[in-house]
Ligand binder design. Sequence first.
Ligand code: NAP
Length: 309
Amino acid sequence: MDPIRIAVVGVGKIARDQHLPAIAGTPAFSLAATVSPDHRGPDDSIAHLESLEELLDKGPAIDAVALCTPPQVRYGLAAMALRRGIHVFMEKPPGATLSEVAALRERADKVGVTLFAAWHSRFAAGVAPARAWLSERRITNVSIIWREDVRVWHPGQAWIWEPGGLGVFDPGINALSILTHILPRAVFLKTATLGIPANRAAPIAADLALCDTTGAPIHMDLDWRQTGPQSWDIIVETDAGTLRLSQGGAVLSLPSGTEHNEDLEYPGLYSRFANLIRGGRSDVDIDPLRLVADAFLRGRRESVEAFYD
Ligand code: NAP
């Protein structure tokens, strides 16, 4: 079977760190081109264009795109690719609004191509076994602590502070993607407080109270002002003891012991994308983005100290 010819659109941090190596390591794909308006591609032997429109007009021919841009421009790029019958992989979050993601889903179904809303944290090593273990438990309490230093992880990323950039929910949505995947029941938001720096449009911190449909409380503590040790932990208390996912889902601790497994998030995503394309299917789960939208819809906004990079 011929490899799927893919272009990476948006050659920023995540494209360089994860997408390009994962594509190089997945025989189902061959990298056909890269697209970025201001930066050159990473490899002179691969065609590089300044816009997706230019690539689609001039070639080289492609079968799929991976959209690794900020979310605010995702819809226009995805719609343009779908119109040409090209399969689309969307980095998280899949869009800047829920309604644009729904419109893309409808268009992909209509034209019969694959649309994949990728949630990379769901492919972290501990997540699938955590989901299997929790499927048989009664959950009594969940605590999410997602505290990192924005200056370390998002230096100079102006888009992240703009409307649609999500602020601290840019990493926080990864925790929500794990939560909605491992818990056996639906989850919804009860209250939220969003701390928004006086000079920015998006939150630097958030405190969320959620619950599942049995009423089990879920507390989420998100903060970008963390210096020193960083936390990406989800702790689930159950009738059979405590489950702990740490390091963003990579390490799983159960009452029986702790498992550390190799990080295969992006190879896992590309393998899934290839299977979806070969099977003629899409995978567009909006649950994590919906919870973030609910936090913006229902949250109380508090102005906090201005933030400078
Ligand atoms: P980034 O470093 O700011 O890179 C974004 C890239 O998108 C830039 O290189 C920019 O190109 C390009 N771009 C902007 N508008 C474009 C357009 N219209 N057409 C083509 N390219 C365009 O951001 P990032 O950290 O890689 O994040 C990108 C996405 O991946 C976000 O949705 C983020 O949530 C997600 N993500 C990030 C991480 C992470 O650790 N950083 C992890 C997982 C997922 P120029 O530089 O050429 O202007």
